[in-house]
Design a protein around this ligand. Sequence first.
Ligand code: C2E
Ligand code: MG
Ligand code: MG
Ligand code: MG
Length: 282
Amino acid sequence: LAKELGRNNYQFFTSDLMIRAQHRYTLERNLRRALVDDEFLLYYQPKVSLVDGSIIGAEALIRWQMPDIGLVAPNEFIPFAEEIGLIVPIGRWVLTKACEQAQQWRQTYKIDFKISVNISPRQFQDPKLPQFILEVLLQSGLPAHALQLEITEGLLMVEAEHLSSVFDAIKTLGISISLDDFGTGFSSLSYLQRFPIDNLKIDRSFIREIPENQDSVVLTKAIIAMSSALGMSVTAEGVENLEQMEFLKEAGCDEIQGFYFSRPVSVDSFSALLRQHSITRL
Ligand code: C2E
Ligand code: MG
Ligand code: MG
Ligand code: MG
């Protein structure tokens, strides 16, 4: 872990322990203050086409810049924010910021660029989500096809009556939906039929074991074959080396995301990446 942190261009200073040591109400108060005082920021990790190696988009990943402490990783506060409902305003901030930034990059670099935003179950179940997204698109100027929502399998298991209507509203807007961490949840494949999923994102736990673990190799190939047979695109997350990338390209995976190409980086570093790289011109 120390070695990994050493290679990093930033560090998460905090640990689980620090957050756990806080009373829940202190954490809640701090999160509310963070929203008001603008302590959140977004890092961006490129998604790279396996067809031509170009950057075709990015995933927005939240960080919390705690005063006097440093960058706090999302796993330290997103689950709690989800639990107490604060994820709704935090998620709105993320959507607004990410769409504005993506539109700025599209215009500055004249690229067809897609931004992916993680949406937690509670956010997705908010009946006001589609209307909010529509407003963000209108205000930022980002075309709907340039926005992708990343949801997780767990969401599809809850018996929310309006789940289908949220899906319908989002699809009507022209926004695409990706199933994140695919393969780790309790996947009933019938969900792929019931809901309009555009992209499967193969979980990093499979990619990590490629090529050593034969089961991971077989499962990854099967997910890729299934997604293309069902007309979905497929992304691999957690690609850390050349061997994994070549395997995925050979297997017909559409796009990759992972430390091999780039870690999640700040806005400025991402802009530098866009300047350096061969980019898809509009
Ligand atoms: P995720 O959506 O599956 O995001 C991918 C995570 O994998 C990111 O962690 C990213 O830094 C990490 N990652 C990417 N490539 C590699 C790699 O090659 N190797 C390894 N070991 N890790 C890699 P991060 O940024 O700490 O985010 C963790 C999770 O927090 C995300 O998982 C997502 O579930 C959640 N999250 C992040 N931002 C948001 C947000 O704005 N809203 C919501 N609701 N959840 C968020
Ligand atoms: Mg994600
Ligand atoms: Mg993921
Ligand atoms: Mg994951």
